[in-house]
Design a protein around this ligand. Structure first.
Ligand code: 4AD
Ligand code: MG
Length: 461
């Protein structure tokens, strides 16, 4: 297996003849030697390669080794105690894999704006910024599995193609093989779905929760971790049309146990990332968000502040702030409200619970006051909502009544209702948006910058 730069830094085989592979980050040429900073994606650190012109002709180096070019280089590792880097590779020869024309290669030595890099998602992973972000994304995903696997949860794969709208928000991408130009209709003028692929309407899932509930009421504790899709027309830095969601669902958990789990889970994830990626975090903090490390530390140290929705509304009304959106009881919390609660009022993460039933999804458990449901959101600094969750309505009659009130077509929900007819149990769960949490962890401000290839309204980056 090819040796990586990360392995060199872990235990430098000084003096041995080695072959390293990578891409040129920068080159500097003097009279006698050229210096190439080589990167290979295994670490944020580069390898300094020294190419003596008496061994490798200067003209060849100047013609071939531009930023972005790829090569294999043979040489010996020499210690450099008086330099910033601990060692450098003294090259004896190299083989060019692929040139990168400096006239057209879009990444040059200067720092590029994130907006510009969004236009070249195929090349931005070559920058240190995106290497740091994607490495953190990978480690975070691993930590998520680690947490649940060590707490007795079963990882389940819920379907991506589904007949139902879990959140009832109508933000579905429809999936069909019917011809767009001549959609078959029945005698009442409706789409003839019996001629469609599934013989019924089908969509990309907005959440694995409904199927997750079916599995949790057999397996006890489950979690999903997969892509979800929302035809979200809004152009915001926090919404994607395709994003990754983690959804645990637990039988016999009530709302307060679920909030405890969410808090413990988030703190574990932040701690793991801080422990495994100090170099990446420091780099991102220096470049993008000076408060990053102190925010991360604050999130894992104290308790999250828990406020009922009614308390939160009162705090907002008394804040003396001139919010753009209303703060009447019954109105949904907007980003500006969430940020006030977290950044100014609590100065730490906040959990808001017991929301008005009218602004939440049909499946949430109705509280005895008749007005609210057992729902909660976890709010983080800079981001607002990272988690949305609830205790589920396990009482068949109450659930049916709510679905009828909302005028829902019950056809796709028969299995969901059945679970309440046979051995129903109290159960709860939540959904964590992977990209939202990554904004918090990396100091980025746009979800398009924490996923390799973004999909958002009007954009496929
Ligand atoms: O609050 P949401 O809509 O909740 C659900 O989907 C529930 N079914 C979850 C559950 O209880 N199992 O979404 C959950 C989280 C949000 O808190 C947010 O972090 C993220 O998913 N999210 C998005 N992330 C990026 N782009 C979008 N368009 C998102 N919509 C939600
Ligand atoms: Mg939500």
């Amino acid at each position: 297996m090819p040796l990586t730069i990360a392995e060199l830094y872990a235990s430098p085989p000084l003096g041995e003849l080695l072959t390293l592979h990578g891409w040129v980050r920068t080159r500097r040429t003097t009279r006698a030697v050229s210096f190439v900073e080589l990167q290979d994606g295994s670490t944020l650190k580069a390898l300094q390669v020294v190419l003596p012109h008496d061994k490798i002709p200067r003209q060849r180096i100047e013609a071939e080794l531009h930023t972005g070019a790829s090569l294999a280089v043979q040489g010996r590792l020499k210690p450099t105690p008086d330099r910033p880097q601990p060692f450098e590779l003294e090259a004896e020869s190299y083989t060019l894999y692929g040139a990168a024309d400096p006239e057209t290669y879009p990444l040059q030595k200067k720092a590029h704006s994130l907006e510009f890099l969004r236009e070249i998602t195929h090349l931005r992973p070559r920058t240190r910024t995106f290497q740091a972000i994607f490495r953190i994304r990978s480690g975070l995903s691993f930590a998520i599995h680690q947490y649940f696997q060590s707490h007795g949860f079963v990882y389940v794969h819920t379907p991506i193609l589904t007949p139902s709208d879990c959140e009832g928000a109508g933000q579905l991408f429809q999936v069909t093989t019917l011809p767009l130009l001549s959609v078959p209709k029945n005698e009442r003028g409706e789409v003839a779905y019996e001629e469609d692929f599934f013989k019924r309407p089908a969509y990309l899932t907005v959440s694995g929760q409904l199927e997750g509930e079916l599995l949790a009421t057999a397996l006890g504790k489950i979690y999903t971790f997969g892509p979800t899709f929302r035809a979200e027309p809004s152009h915001t830095p926090r919404h994607l049309a395709e994003f990754w969601m983690i959804e645990p669902e637990m039988a016999f958990y009530d709302l307060s146990m679920t909030m405890d789990l969410a808090e413990d889970f988030l703190k574990y994830l932040v701690r793991e990332v801080m422990e495994r990626f100090p170099e990446e975090l420091e780099f991102l903090s220096e470049r993008y968000e000076p408060a990053l490390l102190s925010e991360l530390r604050k999130a894992v140290e104290g308790d999250f502040l828990r406020l009922s929705y009614s308390e939160a509304i009162e705090i907002l009304q008394k804040s003396g702030k001139n919010f753009q959106f209303p703060t009447e009881w019954g109105s949904d919390l907007q980003a500006e409200h969430e940020r006030y609660l977290v950044e100014e009022y609590a100065q730490r993460p906040v959990i808001v619970y017991n929301y008005p039933k009218s602004i939440k999804a049909f499946y949430m458990r109705q509280n005895d006051d008749g007005q609210t449901v057992a729902a909660f959101d976890v709010l983080f600094p800079r981001i607002g909502e990272v988690i949305g969750g609830s205790q589920r309505e396990e009482r068949y009659d109450k659930l049916l009544q709510r679905m009828q009130e909302l005028g829902m077509d019950l056809t796709p929900y028969q299995a969901y209702l059945d679970i309440r007819r046979y051995g129903t149990v109290p159960h709860s769960g939540f959904g964590l948006g992977l990209e939202r949490l990554l904004l918090f962890l990396t100091g980025m401000t746009n979800v398009r910058d924490v996923i390799p290839f973004f999909r958002a309204a009007g954009q496929m980056g």
